[in-house]
Design a protein. Structure first.
Ligand code: BES
Ligand code: MN
Ligand code: ZN
Length: 499
């Protein structure tokens, strides 16, 4: 879907459908809504007065079109309480509106650039609307072979109409960024929604290579033999139970030659059966999305390459399946990570931290800083925070603060968790330097403490996105299925850091 910004009059736009957004409490709305009211012989104001048009959050009401209006159809879109409007709410409303318009088969759409909806920062407002539409219309329907299983309506294009060209230019800059952000998250969603038989580590590597070719990133795929040479025993211990070759993906963006690179690291378990510590059958299909962290890194790297900030970023995605074949890791086995630390595997289902240990080691060996990892790491995180916020751990306050801000910008709120030294007692091993599980209590924290040992003193943050991995229904810009969480937060962080 194409999104454009133009300056001019809404009523004059040659589109199928026009939309005017109106906050609650407006009796005689001005601007584009006023113009449409006049063109329709006062119908809008009459309908508002009679209650036939509701202006509550997300209400969409068809209104008559007069002769002076080029479009076939017109709608009034309720914005709800104007004092509650924020970029986050705008994004969410735009997402819901995009689907409502698809539901009425709106075709080509023009919408007035309502000032309350855009807010005081026109770029952020434009970005929020573009993200809302790009994300809200997303469907993963490529494997539905029958057309009746796909949505029938379309929103073919969106034109945002602003009276002044000076304001339109700022909205346009935001829209351009928002489309890149939304498309990046939709890429993440496509990768993570794909079934595990069609998104193996080999498929992930091929997709990374395609992204690199299309955007000018460098792409390196580290195969099993090279990973062995590099001493990635922790990562390879997960891969040894699968017949699929593991792929350790590295994408490099160079926008500031000579400077240290930020590392974005994503857990890339393309299917997590649990291994020998096998998971129960119920709901196991969700574990096709256990590469959501890796997918978010690939999506973020695509957006970073397209936005071209002055910074270096290394995207790292250690990919493998976690399956229990005859060569699989057994509980009690000991492996050596890239940095030389020995790890006792107590539970083969705590595999994410094992692959991330070597990804952190690789990033440190390449002098990256800070290190930011994203992982569907622990079921315990969805018990703690549910489906609203991701839990974030950091060994550096400044890094956390910057990520917190980036999460707010993206509408992906996070919450900080502790890393007290005392939790280390839970992951002390009798036979190795560390063990990969820490017992019943504080499961998300002991997982993070494990990772911290491999970050050493390098500034590091860890996103546990297990709770926000997927959505059970459509809501705002979020749609049912795998969520693509953290993609835009990572990009916002990188853009802010680049300045
Ligand atoms: N991938 C899972 C965590 C997960 C669970 C993500 C549900 C999304 C939804 C992870 O590899 C795992 O299995 N973690 C174990 C750790 C335990 C064995 C210490 C868990 O959370 O049960
Ligand atoms: Mn697991
Ligand atoms: Zn897992």
């Amino acid at each position: 879907m194409q999104i454009e910004v133009t300056s001019g009059e809404l009523a004059a736009q040659d589109v199928d459908t026009i939309v005017v957004s109106v906050p609650e409490g407006s009796r005689r709305p001005g601007g584009a809504a006023g113009a449409i009211n006049t063109a329709s012989g006062g119908a809008i104001n009459t309908m508002i007065a009679s209650g036939a048009i509701r202006l509550s959050d997300g209400a969409l009401t068809p209104v008559p079109v007069g002769d002076e209006i080029a479009a076939r159809r017109a709608f009034v879109h309720g914005l709800g309480d104007r004092s509650k409007l924020t970029p986050r709410r705008t994004r969410s409303q735009a997402g819901a509106l995009s689907r409502a318009l698809r539901g009425v088969d709106a075709g080509s759409v023009a919408i007035a650039a309502q000032p309350d909806w855009l807010g005081s920062d026109l770029e952020r407002g434009g970005q929020a609307i573009a993200e809302g539409f790009t994300l809200g219309l997303y469907r993963f329907d490529q494997h539905h072979t029958r057309s009746q299983d796909r949505p029938s309506g379309t929103v073919a294009s969106l034109l945002i109409v602003e009276r002044s060209e000076r304001r339109a230019a700022r909205v346009r800059a935001g829209v351009e960024r928002g489309v890149i952000m939304g498309e990046a998250q939709n890429l993440t969603r496509d990768l993570a929604n794909s079934p595990a038989n069609l998104m193996t580590p080999t498929d992930m590597a091929a997709r990374a290579q395609e992204i690199a070719e299309a955007t000018g990133l460098e792409c390196e795929i580290i195969e099993r033999e090279e990973a062995e040479r590099l001493g990635m025993g922790s990562y390879l211990s997960v891969a040894q139970g699968s017949d699929q070759p593991p792929k350790f993906i590295v994408l490099r963006y160079r926008g500031a030659p000579g400077r240290r690179s930020v590392a974005l690291i994503g857990k890339g378990i393309t299917f997590d059966s649990g291994g020998i510590s096998i998971k129960p059958a119920g709901g196991m299909e969700r574990m096709k999305a256990d590469m959501s962290g890796a997918a978010a890194v690939l999506g973020a790297m695509q957006a970073i390459a397209r936005l071209a900030p002055t910074i270096n970023v290394t995207g790292i995605a250690p990919c493998t399946e976690n399956l229990p074949n005859g060569s699989a890791t057994k509980p009690g086995d000991v492996f050596y990570a890239m940095d030389g630390q020995s790890v006792e595997v107590i539970n083969t289902d705590a595999e994410g931290r094992l692959v991330l240990a070597d990804a952190l080691g690789y990033a440190r060996a390449h002098n990256c800083s800070p290190l930011i990892d994203v992982a569907t790491l622990t079921g315990a995180m969805s018990i703690a925070l549910g489906n609203v916020r991701a839990g974030v751990f950091a060994n550096n306050d400044r890094l956390f603060r910057d990520l917190d801000r980036a999460g707010d910008e993206a509408g992906e709120p996070i919450w900080r968790f502790p890393l007290d030294d005392e939790y280390d007692n839970q992951i002390k091993s009798d036979v190795a330097d560390i063990k990969n599980t820490g017992g019943r209590g504080a499961g998300s924290i002991t997982a993070a403490k494990f990772l911290q040992r491999f970050a050493h003193d390098t500034p590091w943050a860890h996103f546990d996105i297990a709770g926000v991995m997927d959505n059970d229904r459509d809501r705002g810009e979020k749609v049912k299925g795998v969520a693509g969480t953290a993609t835009r937060t990572l990009v916002e962080y990188v853009l802010a850091r680049a300045g």
